[in-house]
Design a protein around this ligand. Structure first.
Ligand code: PMP
Length: 344
């Protein structure tokens, strides 16, 4: 008998091939069949592992990176975590400029993964020198042997999903997918996945989820940037105050907007009813499905795939904190003073 150890060489080998899981209780009252692509099963617990690994490998192939080089990025957290993880394995330094809107959990987590983190104000224009875009650009210019991932303006972000998420979903559904519902931040996930699926079957309907306070839906409908659409909102990773290059608006059939409050309740509902501990934007995606179902978007033969981008552990101080929910004025949040105490 061969005495072979059955082990992966490192965590990067575990990226992708995430499971598709049927939604049962949360979808009970909907028309059609619903399946979640659960991206928390990636080793860095989000879909961003795919793009971090792909973009860094492409840079290596082009000879842009050598041992000890620095990788710089702007990120709401997940991309940063994934880049930090890939950097550890491949021997690069990782510098991240993050928005002050990111949860403290996320920032601490990035530092735990060896990244150098700069926290930048969330509510300034992208061209403001204090914005995380400008800070990252400056750090890239000042740091020798560095690359700037720039996920919002990097087509490799979209290509990563065209090459992995799209083919996986096509195979997992045996080509029977009728609808894809996915959040749009950089738009890489939805555009890359959609491009592959539409090549296989142009009738697959692609629905992007956007936030109130973001410009993406309006831009899709009018092809005009309307700054009046912009105002602060709470969901991290969804929507945008600029038009990213990584979105291909032509492969998206429609955008739907969701609120902070309903998305937060929907995220908690997925955890409680499906036993899947997911992040805030997974709640946004479920909320979108609720609205689409109410609009009569689906029929009995619909096979809807929804992407759940990350894990709930990243939101312990937000969506999964009763105090945070109550502080936002979100209704029905269980108040901490109602938690029963054990009497001795
Ligand atoms: N959900 C979360 C939690 C994210 O961090 C992101 C990325 N910003 C998205 C959804 C959206 O994915 P994409 O950037 O590929 O549109």
């Amino acid at each position: 008998m061969e005495n072979k150890i059955n082990a992966h060489n490192n965590v990067l080998e575990l990226i992708g091939n995430t499971p598709l899981v049927k939604l049962n209780r949360v979808a009970e009252s909907f028309t059609g069949n619903f399946y979640a692509k659960v991206e928390a099963f990636n080793p860095g617990h989000s879909s961003k592992d795919r793009i971090a690994n792909f973009i860094i490998e492409e840079a290596e192939h082009k000879g842009l990176l050598k041992p000890g080089s620095t990788i710089i990025e702007t990120t709401s957290g997940n991309t940063g975590f994934s880049i930090a993880m890939v950097s550890i394995i491949k021997g690069y330094k990782c510098i991240l400029a993050v928005s002050s809107k990111s949860s403290l959990d996320k920032i601490d987590m990035l530092r735990s993964m060896g990244a150098e983190v700069y926290v930048c104000p969330a509510h300034v224009a992208p061209e403001d020198p204090r914005s995380y875009y400008q800070v990252a650009k400056r750090l890239h210019e000042e740091t020798k042997d560095s690359i700037y991932i720039n996920q919002y303006f990097n087509k490799l972000n979209t290509e990563a999903h065209y090459r992995s998420t799209g083919p996986e979903i096509w195979k997992q559904t045996n080509g029977q997918i009728t609808h894809l519902v996915a959040c749009s931040g950089t738009g890489g996930t939805i555009s890359g996945t959609a491009a592959y699926l539409k090549e296989q079957n142009p009738n697959v309907k692609i629905i992007a989820v956007d936030a109130y306070g973001s410009v993406l839906k309006k831009y899709h409908e009018t092809r005009e940037f309307d700054s009046k659409e912009i105002y602060p909102y709470r969901i991290e990773g969804l929507g945008k105050n600029l038009i990213p290059d990584s979105i291909d608006f032509d492969v998206i059939d429609k955008f739907i907007k969701v609120t902070d409050e309903e998305s937060a309740h929907s995220a908690r509902e997925i955890s409680r009813k499906e036993g899947m501990f997911v992040g805030y934007t997974s709640g946004a995606a479920l909320q979108a499905i609720k609205q689409l179902d109410a609009e009569g978007e689906f029929d009995e033969n619909s096979n809807v795939v929804v992407i759940f981008p990350d894990h709930g552990s990243r939101y312990m101080s937000k969506v999964y904190s009763d105090k945070w929910m109550a502080d936002q004025g979100f209704s029905n949040a269980i108040s901490t003073d109602k938690i029963p105490e054990v009497q001795y």
